[in-house]
Design a protein around this ligand. Structure first.
Ligand code: B1M
Length: 212
């Protein structure tokens, strides 16, 4: 038995096997951080690299994310119990008027896998909801997802409101945007702090904000 088997089970998209192996490692007394880091997260990093290189695609990335989620479901309560500190808090949602959530969920799963606390506000989220939640949860980052062309002006509004809130409501929150109609130039134009081309890139950006 070893965490390498968990890594392999994620790479084989085998949700049940991941859950069984994680339970067995926990029963063996293996450190949770080792299960998380060497078993689950490193597999997702590998999947992310393959996705970015174009050697595997969204369905495989989703299956891998679901397999990791099966393991995370078992670890999450234990992580909370042992008081392992999250590396940061991200408020995540799909912007107002947009109901697509598969990509957002994937971003959320990878962020959780990387050790972030994720407050997922769901879909059709307006600027004030993002800001209030960031304030309540002392978030480090707001992450805006959008799939429709009409989501772009909504993102612009949300970023402008957040910049205003950073000045007037004593917030210090970074904002990143992502989704198919969005690109780096647009992100910079609307004043976002970062653009995540895909879910692994969103994790990298989020990591850079909390380690800077
Ligand atoms: Co919709 N839809 N849809 N749809 N839909 C698209 C987006 C569309 C491109 C299809 C098309 O016409 N070819 C088109 C948008 C056109 C446009 O505006 N440019 C479209 C349309 C028009 C619509 C409706 C208007 C259709 C209608 O009713 N007439 C309607 C709108 C509803 C609304 O939102 N108000 C609608 C509805 C739906 C369904 C409900 C049926 C369903 C969504 C189900 C759900 O999400 N639970 C749906 C689907 C499934 C799609 C497609 C087929 C697939 C989207 C998806 O989940 N991709 C889509 C066409 C397509 O993309 N091929 C389409 C997989 C997902 C993993 O990728 O979300 O891109 P994605 O996420 C990626 C990256 O973008 C990135 O990371 C993820 C992983 O790498 N990313 C981030 C995403 N968010 C990020 C945030 C970040 C960083 C990275 O940081 C903050």
């Amino acid at each position: 038995m070893s965490v390498a088997k968990i890594f392999d089970a994620v790479m084989e998209y085998d949700e049940e096997e991941v859950a069984e192996l994680v339970s067995a490692e926990l029963a063996n007394g293996t450190d949770i951080q080792v299960i998380l880091g060497d078993g689950l997260v490193s597999a997702l990093d590998d999947i992310g690299e393959k996705f970015s290189a174009g050697t595997l695609f969204v369905p495989e990335m989703l299956m891998a994310a679901e397999a990791v989620q099966a393991g995370l479901d078992l670890l999450r309560p234990l992580l909370a119990e042992t008081g392992v500190k999250p590396i940061g808090t991200v408020v995540l949602g799909t912007v107002k008027g947009d109901l697509h959530d598969i990509g957002k969920n994937l971003v959320g799963m990878l962020l959780e896998g990387a050790g972030f606390r994720v407050i997922d506000l769901g879909t059709d989220v307006d600027a004030e909801q993002f800001i209030s939640s960031a304030q309540e949860n002392e978030a480090d980052i707001i992450a805006l997802s959008g799939l429709l062309t009409t989501s772009m002006p909504e993102m612009q509004k949300a970023v402008a409101s957040l910049q205003d809130a950073n000045q007037t409501r004593n917030l210090n929150v970074k904002v990143m945007v992502g989704g198919p109609p969005v690109h780096q130039e647009f992100a910079m134009k609307i004043g976002a702090d970062a653009y995540g081309m895909d879910a692994p890139a969103a994790v990298e950006q989020a990591r850079s904000f909390v380690t800077a």
